[in-house]
Each structure stands twice: as structure tokens, then as C-alpha cells.
Design a protein around this ligand. Structure first.
Ligand code: BGC
Length: 747
């Protein structure tokens, strides 16, 4: 039996007994061989994922009898190896386990939340963050992470927007693929390296469209929109080699993802040819019962298995019912074999058959100097400067008041979805300022202990003390627990008494700098107005303090750009830059408050806007200021006519017209003027981060081909249509003057 076991596994120890022909089997042949030796119960075992319970009797016997294929949330390297030893040496076929964990934006060294990383618009930062996360997490035996989360998120009420890469399909596709490469390595076979782990593109699909931003809620997404807006990041992740996908919790147009054959079989396997593994979300198979899509757990198991879900995460549906369903002919054994092959393929790709064990590295693997430096850079580059009256960058001498509930909260600055973060290792802004700017006299008097605190009794003393400062630096925002899974908010203003705190600080007349640290866009119009400068930091991780200090004191000029639109008020939601025009685009806007009572009938224009909010968001997608100014020339096109099989180049001269060396994210937007389906007013199709010294200029160019102009047309096909297009090269989604070209030669 041992011979058979290692014949399949190719384990080094018994290599000599493996025949030459066995060694030359392809991976697919090895998988086929192994599956042909498995009992139905062993097959179903591979499709079962359980959460760790250490070396409990239940777990060890499940592993020994081949009733579990993967364990999540087991974090002790010794336990991981002990369980693996049982799987490899004591189970009949010796199939290794794969250990999984949500390593979303770092394991110990925490990077900015994904939404913050997206604000860097820098694939390199995202890739490095994932690489470091993989290095740290694999040191305890985790070889599979449940990231990247690439759900397009246009609703800031949704708590999980924090985990996302924002509202835009193109930006999410580019950064999501970078994250896959970071976790897995850019070469396919890097996945076998012990410091790499399998990525998981989640949540497939449409989860970000949850109605009213309420988590897990229903979604209605027309196929064309699903294909155009929500699916491309998943296709990009699959093309980047993402080893696994995860189902989403929501139903799409009435069918929960975990039971959706069109999505998981026809599209993912058929159209895209994906050969990775598809795992359910936690209990999402079982949750088809309350959804009203499955009558009971057995029905749910049948629907998910037939809909191509390979592994059941903590739903117990497969474990309890698949064997009977196969016996009853309700689930074909071929379906089971296919699922098991997908699971085994993952294990082969990870090299687990050759190297099942982890070499424990203890704490040496954590917080290495390069990790901390990369996290600091990421924190600085993901900060978005929303307003600056010239008070920033701050002087490094004199008196500064450092106030607010987020100034010194290691626990909150690491953000959501980092179970393994150690807040005591986070360097807060207050700590960083005290340590790195010794010439500053820092006044720090407690005001509010946390973001939701309503008790204003300590505000007075804090404000009194701040009055003596040359400048006030106030850290406000949201606690980490206000965003993330099941953390949706209907009111996305600053919680607690923070607005009162800011108003009182403003009343001192001292220059007031706000740093807003949050897991989502917030409706902070009045707070921004009260401030002399506002820097927005999506919870920026372990090194948020030093990274933000680098920006505040001018070591780094801010270059972050918003990956999501900021509404003025929550009633504007959904509000996103690539919306479509109505037949009455907004003009002649007069806000209701500005209209005298007797002129209401005559003054309100019949165009598309909100009487109390107008038509614009607080800040558009792509927005972000710098300590310098950039001047954009008009975009130049290499030709005003393009054929469908050709291309044109759009160029723009960008000049640093200020006095500071800085980086800028130059953005390319395109609009299709007339089409068989109404097209968005603009769509991001490219971006480049450039660095310019003060006074320097450069020409930025983008090549445009049919791929950038294609869309899901009225007849359901994907491609271009002839006609006029507009092109912007601009500093954000609301700036710039377009150039025009026409497209012909469409077959
Ligand atoms: C979440 C997933 C996560 C899983 C495992 C679920 O509740 O939706 O994103 O990967 O739990 O922790």
C-alpha cells in the first residue's frame, strides 16, 4: 500500500521504488491514476473543507479516514505538520491536505486594506504586498489564501468595499492580477516554492451589487452588465493563473452563485476553460436553504455539485449527502471525479505531493525590514490628498497638537480582515511623530477614545490644549470594526462626536489638518470644508503611522488617487464615474436651498440631478492632489481615424508646474459616442504612474486598439461598433478635454 501511495505521490523518500514510466506520467495522468484508485468516500472527502480544531479526535480521525481535503484557519506550524503527517502517512492514499486562511492584506505585516492599495494605482505595490503576505503566511504552513477579492464595489455602504479594489473594472482587473502574481509568483511553477500560496479570486460573482449595500443581499444584474462590469476582473485573475475561485453568497437574478450552473459551468469552465478549483463560500451551499433555492441540505448538495462547486467550505452538505445522491443517480459520478480532479490539481500545483510539510520559521519570518519598508511605502502611496490650502506639508519644528480617536489606535489602523494582525506591532501616527520628529513639541490630550464615542466631555480639554499649537493634526474616521464582512452602514458620515470635535478645533482658528482613516468613502463634505487640509487614508496597516507622517511632513508628495467615488450624501448612492447619460443630462442645476419659495416652479430645471445634492459627487473617481501642480496638455492622437484591425496612439504632455518633485497617476478614459447599447460617459482604459522633478515635463502615451473599444453589444456578442470615440488623458475622471477619432473597418 505504501508503494502505491508514493507511486502516486512521487514522494522523495520512496523515489527509488517508483518505476521510470510512473515518473514520466504527466500531471493530468497522475491525477487520473489517483482518482481511479479512490473510493467514493475518499473522493467526497477531498471535496470537504473544515475549519481547524487543532489535533482534536474528530479532526485527526477525519484526516486519517480521508474525509477532509482541506483545513482552514489552522495556524500553528506544529499542528499543521502533525495533521499533514496523518494525511500523508496514515491515510490510505496519502493525499496531502491543503491549509487555507484569509490572508487578505498581510499576515503579520499588514498592508493597507485592499481599497487603500488600490488608491496607490500601483500594481508593483500590490504585488509586493501579496508576496510578503505569502512569505509570512507560508511560514506557518498556509498554502492557500482567500484573496484577491475583486468584487466591483460601487456602494460605500457595503462594508466589504474595504476588501475590494474599488469601483472600476479596469483598475480592479489590473490590480487583482498583480495580487495573484504576488501570492503565486509570476511563473506558473513558482507556486511550488514553499513561500508561495494559491490565490483565490472571490467572490464569484456580482457580490458587490448587493442591494442597498447590505451584506449578502440579493443582486439583479443583467447579463450584459455582469459580463462588462463584474466579470472581467475574474477573467483577468484566471488569466493570471489564479489557482482557485470562490463562490459568492448572493443570488444573481434569483440563482445563488453556489447553485449557478451557467456561471460556474457554462461560463467559467466552458467559455473560459478554467481548470482551477472552485470552493463555496463559508456555508454558502447550506445557505441556499434560507435563500429559498434548496429545500434541505441534501437538495443543496445536489444543486451545488451539479453546478460545478468543487469544495464545500463548512457547509457539511457534501460530507453528509453526496454519497446517497450518487447512489440515487442524482449526481453523476463523472461530476464528482471532475471536482476531485480540480482539487488534486491544486495540490499538485502547490507541490504538496513532493513537499507536504512546512519548515517552521518561528517569528523570524515576520516583520522583516523589507516587509516593514514596503508596508510604509504602501501606506504613504495609498494616501489621497483631498484638500490643501497650503498648510501641508507640515513643518518639523514648533508646536503641533495631535488629536482624535485614530491618532494612536494600532488596532484600528490595520483595518478589517486581518485576523492575524498584532496591533501592538502597528506603529501609530502619534508614535511615528514622537519617534521621528524630535524637534516638534507634541501636544496630545485625549478627546474621544474611539470613533463612535458620543460622550463629548473630554473634547473641551483637548481643544483648549490644541489652542496653544501652531497647527492641529486631527485623526478621525472609522474604527476597523465598522467595515468588512457584515459591517454595512446606512449612514456613512463620521460616527460619534467626531464632527463636534472638528468644529471645536476649527473654532480655535489654528490651522487644522484632518487625516481621515476609514474602510470606505465617507460623507465628509462639511468636515473637509472646516479643514485647511484633508488627507484620506483607507486603513493603512502596520506602518500607517510612519507612512502617513512621510506624507504629512513632506518626505513623500501624495500621489494616491481615489479608487472609488466619494458621495456628498448617502442618498446619491449608487454614484460612480462610468455611469450612463440620461436623455436629460444635468445642467442648469440650482440646489433647492438656493431657490426662493416663490420661484420654485420656474427655477428648477428638468434635468437629471438631486435637488439637494446636485449632480456631482464630493470627489470623483481618480481624484487626488499633490504638493505640486501638474499641467496636462490637450491629448494628441496619432490619427483621427482608426480601423478595427489597427490602432492609434494617444499622447499628452504632462508638466510638473510646482516646486516639488512628485509622482502623478495619468489616466486614460474613452467614450463611445453612439452604440447599439448606451455606453458610459467615460471608461478607464489605461493609467501610468510617472515621476517628475519640479519644472520637468514628459510625454505620456497610450496605445488604443479595438480591445479597448469593445463591449457586449445589443445582440449579445462582444466586439466593436464603428463610429466616433472621445479620448481623455487626465488627472481624474472628471477632468480634461477630449480628443476625437472615428473607427471604421468593422466586419
Ligand atoms: C467570507 C469569505 C472568506 C470565508 C472564509 C466568508 O464568510 O465571505 O470571503 O474567505 O468566510 O473565512
Amino acid at each position: 500500500m505504501r508503494h502505491i501511495k508514493f507511486f502516486i505521490a512521487g514522494a522523495v523518500a520512496l523515489c527509488t521504488s517508483v518505476s521510470l514510466s510512473a515518473q514520466t506520467l504527466t500531471e493530468e495522468q497522475k491525477i487520473g491514476e489517483l482518482v481511479s484508485r479512490m473510493t467514493l468516500s475518499e473522493k467526497i472527502g477531498q471535496m470537504n473543507q473544515l475549519t481547524g480544531t487543532g489535533l482534536s479526535g474528530d479532526m485527526t480521525s477525519a484526516v486519517r479516514s480521508g474525509k477532509v481535503g482541506s483545513i482552514l484557519n489552522e495556524l500553528d506550524a506544529g499542528t499543521v505538520n502533525a495533521l499533514q503527517k496523518i494525511a500523508v502517512e496514515e491515510s490510505r492514499l496519502g493525499i496531502p491536505l491543503v491549509f487555507a486562511r484569509d490572508v487578505i492584506h498581510g499576515f503579520k505585516t499588514i498592508f493597507p486594506i485592499p481599497l487603500g492599495q488600490a488608491a496607490s494605482w500601483d500594481a508593483g505595490i500590490v504585488e509586493t504586498g501579496a508576496e510578503i503576505a505569502a512569505r509570512e503566511a507560508t511560514s506557518v504552513g498556509i498554502r492557500w489564501t482567500f484573496a484577491p477579492m475583486i468584487d466591483i464595489s460601487r456602494d460605500p455602504r457595503w462594508g466589504r468595499i474595504a476588501e475590494s479594489l474599488g469601483e472600476d473594472t479596469y483598475l480592479t482587473s489590473v490590480l487583482g492580477a498583480a495580487m495573484v502574481r504576488g501570492f503565486q509568483g509570476s511563473e506558473g511553477n513558482d507556486l511550488t516554492a514553499p513561500d508561495r500560496m494559491a490565490a483565490c479570486a472571490k467572490h464569484f460573482a456580482g457580490y458587490g451589487a448587493s442591494e442597498s449595500g447590505k451584506d449578502y443581499n440579493t443582486t439583479w444584474i443583467p447579463r450584459s452588465q455582469l459580463r462588462e462590469t463584474y466579470l472581467p476582473p475574474f477573467k483577468a485573475a484566471a488569466e493570471a493563473g489564479a489557482a482557485t475561485f470562490m463562490c459568492s453568497f448572493n443570488d444573481i437574478n434569483g440563482i445563488p452563485s453556489s447553485g449557478n450552473s451557467w456561471l460556474n459551468v457554462d461560463l467559467l469552465r466552458g467559455e473560459w476553460g478554467y481548470d482551477g478549483m472552485l470552493v463555496s463560500d463559508w456555508g454558502s451551499i447550506e445557505q441556499m436553504i434560507p435563500h429559498g433555492y434548496a429545500a434541505d441540505l441534501k437538495d443543496a448538495a445536489e444543486k451545488s455539485a451539479n453546478a460545478g462547486v468543487d469544495m464545500d467550505m463548512m457547509g457539511f452538505a457534501y460530507d453528509r449527502h453526496l454519497e446517497t445522491l450518487v447512489a440515487e443517480g442524482k449526481v453523476d459520478i463523472a461530476k464528482i471525479d471532475e471536482a476531485v480532479k480540480n482539487v488534486l490539481r491544486l495540490k499538485f500545483r502547490l507541490g504538496l505531493f513532493e513537499n507536504p510539510y512546512t519548515v517552521p520559521q518561528g517569528r523570524d519570518a515576520f516583520y522583516r525590514a523589507d516587509a516593514l519598508a514596503a508596508a510604509r511605502k504602501a501606506a504613504a502611496e495609498s494616501a489621497v490628498l483631498l484638500k490643501n490650502n497650503g498648510v501641508l506639508p507640515l513643518k518639523t519644528t514648533g508646536k503641533i497638537a495631535v488629536v482624535g480617536p485614530l491618532a494612536d489606535s494600532g488596532r484600528d489602523q490595520v483595518g478589517t480582515w486581518c485576523f492575524d494582525a498584532e496591533p501592538e506591532h502597528a506603529v501609530t501616527p502619534l508614535q511615528a511623530i514622537l519617534a521621528e520628529y524630535p524637534e516638534l513639541e507634541v501636544i496630545n490630550t485625549p478627546s474621544l477614545t474611539h470613533s463612535r464615542e458620543r460622550n463629548t466631555k473630554r473634547i473641551k480639554a483637548a481643544v483648549k490644549a490644541a489652542r496653544n499649537a501652531d497647527v492641529i493634526l486631527c485623526f478621525v474616521g472609522e474604527e476597523a470594526i465598522l467595515s468588512g464582512e457584515a459591517r454595512s452602514r446606512a449612514d456613512i458620515s463620521l460616527p460619534g462626536a467626531q464632527r463636534e470635535l472638528i468644529a471645536e478645533l476649527k473654532a480655535t482658528g489654528r490651522p487644522l489638518v484632518l487625516v481621515v482613516m476609514a474602510g470606505r468613502p465617507l460623507t465628509i463634505e462639511s468636515e473637509v470644508k472646516m479643514s485647511d487640509a484633508t488627507l484620506f487614508s483607507f486603513h493603512a496597516g502596520t506602518m500607517a503611522g510612519p507612512g502617513l507622517a512621510d506624507v504629512l511632513f513632506g518626505k513623500v508628495s501624495p500621489s494616491g488617487k481615489l479608487p472609488v467615488t466619494f458621495p456628498k450624501m448617502v442618498g446619491q448612492v449608487p454614484v460612480y464615474y462610468n455611469h450612463k447619460n440620461t436623455g436629460r443630462p444635468a445642467n442648469d442645476i440650482t440646489l433647492i436651498d438656493d431657490i426662493p419659495v416663490d420661484a420654485v416652479q420656474t427655477s428648477i430645471g428638468f434635468t437629471s440631478y438631486h435637488l439637494d445634492a446636485g449632480d456631482r459627487p464630493l470627489f470623483p473617481f481618480g481624484y487626488g492632489l499633490s504638493y505640486t501642480t501638474f499641467e496636462y496638455g490637450a491629448p494628441q492622437l496619432s490619427s483621427e481615424a482608426m480601423t478595427a484591425d489597427g490602432g492609434i496612439t494617444a499622447t499628452c504632455t504632462v508638466r510638473n508646474t510646482g516646486g516639488v518633485d512628485a509622482s502623478e497617476v495619468v489616466q486614460l478614459y474613452i467614450r463611445d459616442r453612439v452604440a447599439s447599447l448606451v455606453r458610459p460617459v467615460r471608461e478607464l482604459k489605461g493609467f501610468k504612474k510617472i515621476s517628475l522633478k519640479a519644472g520637468e515635463s514628459t510625454v505620456v502615451s497610450f496605445d488604443i486598439t479595438s480591445a479597448d473599444l469593445s463591449f457586449w453589444r445589443a445582440d449579445g456578442t462582444f466586439g466593436v461598433e464603428p463610429g466616433e470615440f472621445e479620448v481623455w488623458i487626465s488627472t481624474d475622471s472628471d477632468a480634461g478635454v477630449p480628443a476625437r477619432f472615428s473607427l471604421s473597418g468593422v466586419k
